[in-house]
Design a protein around this ligand. Structure first.
Ligand code: 13P
Length: 253
């Protein structure tokens, strides 16, 4: 059975004190509510990883980063390596987010190298894919996602691929309040799973968690998560509010 996952992507938000407040509230919520039926991951900016790890301890939620260098180590000012994250016992890292693709010109080839660095350091990549609005309007969404998945990930062995979490995030739905319909999400998730099955076989495909991201909130999470190929969510804005994030996680059964 593949895991059900709700992951928060804080992006470049919150001061240290604000981060502390959100984590504190999240812990209170987790302690007060019945155990979740999904895994919860919180992906914070680098400076807050240790704070989040201290809160999470071993049990409540897991901590992830939002990006990683494609290089091993050395003279790459400002970069953070997978080995550094691994040495802090960070278990997850987002790669290939559309904001990195758009604002930092990240290519599928670069994303493939980042995935490799993470896997070498036993960190599970949360790999994002998704089309922009013009591509959806031109009915090119399947072509675009196929290229992203194939060029970014299909160099991996089946065993390596099994460590991945995929996130489908239609770019037109990110931070816009415009969510994909449950049908659009299901259609793309089923398509991604079929690509994986074609390349790695049915077992690997059935075991891969595919999350939906893009304006997911407490009011729409349940109907998105009800789809058979939607295994949870990658949550941006709503993950900055501990009550909303908790409500989203609780709607994933
Ligand atoms: P929003 O939930 O703010 O739309 O962001 C989604 C996202 O980009 C998560 O990675």
């Amino acid at each position: 059975m593949r895991s059900k996952i709700v992951a928060g992507n804080w992006k470049m938000n919150l001061t240290f004190d604000e981060a502390d407040e959100v984590l504190d509230k999240l812990m209170t919520n987790l302690e007060e509510h019945a155990a979740l039926s999904c895994k919860m991951i919180v992906c914070t900016p680098y400076p807050y990883l240790e704070l989040a790890s201290d809160y999470s301890g071993d049990s409540y939620f897991e901590v992830g980063a939002q990006d990683v260098s494609a290089y091993d180590k050395g003279a790459y000012t400002g970069e953070v390596s997978a080995a550094m994250l691994g040495s802090m016992e960070i278990a997850y890292c987002i790669v290939g987010h559309s904001e990195r693709r758009a604002y930092h010109n990240e290519s599928d080839e670069l994303i493939a190298r980042k995935v490799d660095r993470l896997l070498e350091n036993d960190i599970r990549p949360i790999v994002c894919c998704g089309e922009v609005l013009e591509e959806r309007e031109a009915d090119k969404q399947f072509e675009v996602v196929k290229r992203q998945v194939t060029d970014g990930l299909f160099h991996l062995t089946p065993e390596q691929f099994g460590k991945l979490i995929i996130a489908y995030e239609p770019v037109w739905a990110i931070g816009t309040g415009k969510t994909a319909t449950p049908e659009q999400a299901q259609e793309m998730h089923a398509y991604i799973r079929s690509l994986i099955a074609e390349k790695y076989g049915k077992v690997v495909a059935e075991e891969t968690s595919i999350l939906y991201g893009g304006s997911c909130k407490p009011s729409n999470a349940k109907e998105l998560f009800a789809n058979p190929d939607v295994d949870g969510g990658l949550i941006g804005g709503a993950s900055l509010n501990a009550d909303d994030f908790m409500a989203i996680a609780e709607s994933l059964k």
